[in-house]
Design a protein around this ligand. Structure first.
Ligand SMILES: Nc1ncnc2c1ncn2[C@@H]1O[C@H](COP(=O)(O)OP(=O)(O)OP(=O)(O)O)[C@@H](O)[C@H]1O
Length: 250
């Protein structure tokens, strides 16, 4: 299948850091995948996704998305990607609809098209009733669903998500996963990080397990489980590849 993302020997070392947070990652991602980047705390998942979504610059190496490079085609690249960070990117004192109109206008969508997309997305996410309510009155799950709509109004070809279901209730989690599956069916390639291994096992078509800034294994969830002796699920694979040592840092 055709690659939509091609990463070549990518490195990131933060200022004053002693180690590389991303250390020589090369990876191809095909169109239409739901690609899970999994790894323990501090493995380099956010750093990798932040480079690909243009939030931080690589120290070394290169990548293209849909054939576009961030050095040569930065503005075109921004139009075809969506980014949903861990933190909420919403204005608390604006209503859900006002927030979405604001973020949508940044993508240059026409007023009519934007209104229709917002109404449709709020409906899909079960938020229509709350469209006129200020976001600071929303629960964590409602904010996260609204945040996800804000990052996808322009129907991106590639969507980067950093732990989209962390800290939300089961109902919100289901709404988020269903929304993402629907986007993927309509042609959006999804790159996502998570600590929910059972969720990733069910949701992802491909997985990369990373640790200490390096890729340790890639494959479909089934392939990974079959490759590791005595593994019954992705959690067994994860522990086998990354060990049982705790990753506390102070
Ligand atoms: N702005 C920064 N400056 C210096 N070091 C950083 C910075 N951001 C991250 N790091 C370091 O880079 C390494 C990778 O961090 P990163 O946040 O990418 O990991 P992660 O896999 O996303 O972890 P988590 O699961 O905890 O979100 C860690 O050692 C972290 O301390």
């Amino acid at each position: 299948m055709e690659n939509i993302i091609e990463i070549k020997n990518l490195y990131k070392k933060y200022k004053n850091a002693e180690e590389f947070s991303v250390n020589d990652i090369s990876l191809n991602i095909s169109k239409n995948e739901i690609y899970g980047i999994l790894g323990p705390n501090g493995a380099g998942k956010t750093t990798l996704i932040s480079m690909l979504s243009g939030l931080i610059k690589p120290t070394l190496g290169s990548f293209t998305i849909n054939g576009l490079s961030p050095q040569k085609n930065s503005s075109k690249l921004k139009q075809i990607i969506g980014v949903v960070p861990q933190e909420y990117a919403l204005y608390p004192t604006l209503t859900a609809k006002e927030n979405l109109m604001f973020f949508g206008s940044l993508y240059g969508l026409s007023h009519k098209k934007l209104r229709d997309t917002i109404d449709e997305s709020l409906e899909l996410m079960g938020l229509s009733k709350f469209a006129g309510k200020k976001v600071d009155q929303f629960s964590g799950g409602m904010k996260r669903r609204c945040n996800l709509i804000a990052g996808t109004l322009h129907n991106p070809k590639v969507l980067f998500l950093d732990e989209p279901t962390v800290g939300v209730d089961v109902q919100s989690k289901k709404a988020i996963i269903d929304y993402l599956l629907d986007l993927n069916k309509k042609g959006t390639c999804i790159i996502y990080t998570s600590h929910h291994l059972s969720e990733a096992e069910e949701f992802c078509t491909q997985i990369a397990i990373i640790d200490h800034g390096k890729i340790h294994a890639t494959g479909t969830p089934d392939e990974l489980v079959q490759r590791v002796a005595n593994a019954e699920n992705l959690e067994d694979v994860f522990i086998s590849l990354t060990g049982k040592e705790l990753r506390d840092v102070v």
